[in-house]
Design a protein around this ligand. Structure first.
Ligand code: ADP
Ligand code: MG
Length: 253
């Protein structure tokens, strides 16, 4: 059971690839319904941190709790049972830079797929859920389209609906708008903003600093596998305390 009022709790998380230490003792707590923007230079470990929360990467040490599910990692790269992993993974919905939709399935089928195959949801019910989520991301008229007929912004909105279909407790976004043409960024950010307003707990890796300032409750600045600075979004972005944060943010003005 939760002993603290946090949706996500990361304690002493460590990860290295060979000799390269990518996460050095990361500690992070996220309250339910809050939005954390994770910013930092390329290579600082942002994606690895998100991937550790979804077990796409197995940490070398530390602990991750999402809701009431906790994993402690002890450095043997032995994973918990497949069933425990699946349960843990289903607590988080992840949206990547590249959408990875199933090309041979319609938009509706893409969104239904997770609930049907991973949760044994009856097709009728999954279709209903998928239609509801596609309406939410503004794609009701595209339910029968195939992904190759969609713009990048539309594909990414399908990817968000697909992640939401698993009814995750937490949504993780890894540079969800970085691969989009500039004119398509706003429609995806708008969906993310709506989710935040509805109270979804989210961690957003982004280079959209204005969006982070506006939508995130907390901004976390990472560099070289360390959380250098963390605080209320406007404080960190308008008035960074650390020189490294200041330097990084100066590239966006
Ligand atoms: P960010 O998302 O902040 O750009 P990443 O977490 O992707 O950073 O990467 C952090 C560092 O870890 C980089 O130096 C990257 O090359 C390295 N890295 C990431 N994944 C792997 C992997 N699977 N194998 C080896 N090195 C990796
Ligand atoms: Mg990354």
């Amino acid at each position: 059971m939760n002993t603290e009022n946090h949706m996500i709790e990361i304690v002493s998380l460590k990860k290295q690839f060979g000799d390269l230490v990518v996460l050095k003792d990361i500690n992070l707590k996220v309250t339910p319904g809050s939005v954390v923007a994770l910013i930092g230079p390329s290579g600082s470990g942002k994606s690895t941190l998100l991937r550790c929360m979804n077990l796409l990467v197995v940490p070398d040490g530390g602990r991750v709790r999402i809701g009431s599910d906790t994993f402690t990692f002890d450095g043997t790269s032995r994973l918990p049972s497949t069933r425990q992993q699946a349960r843990f993974r289903s607590g988080t919905g992840m949206v990547f830079q590249h959408f990875n939709l199933f090309p041979h399935m319609t938009v509706l089928q893409n969104v239904m797929e997770g609930p049907v195959s991973a949760k044994n949801m009856p097709a009728q019910q999954a279709a209903e859920l998928a239609r509801k989520l596609l309406a939410k991301v503004g794609l009701s008229e595209k339910v029968d389209a195939f992904p190759n007929r969609l713009s990048g912004g539309q594909k990414q909105r399908v990817a968000i609906a697909r992640a939401l279909a698993m009814e995750p407790a937490v949504m993780l976004f890894d540079e969800a708008t970085s691969a989009l043409d500039p004119e398509l960024v706003a429609e995806v950010l708008s969906v993310m903003r709506d989710l935040a307003a509805e109270g979804m707990t989210m961690i957003i890796v982004t280079h959209e600093i204005a969006f982070a300032r506006d939508v995130a409750d907390t901004v976390v600045f990472m560099r070289d596998g360390i959380i250098v600075e963390e605080g209320p979004a406007r404080d960190v972005i308008d008035n960074p305390k650390q020189e490294a944060t200041r330097m990084f943010l100066s590239h966006f003005h």
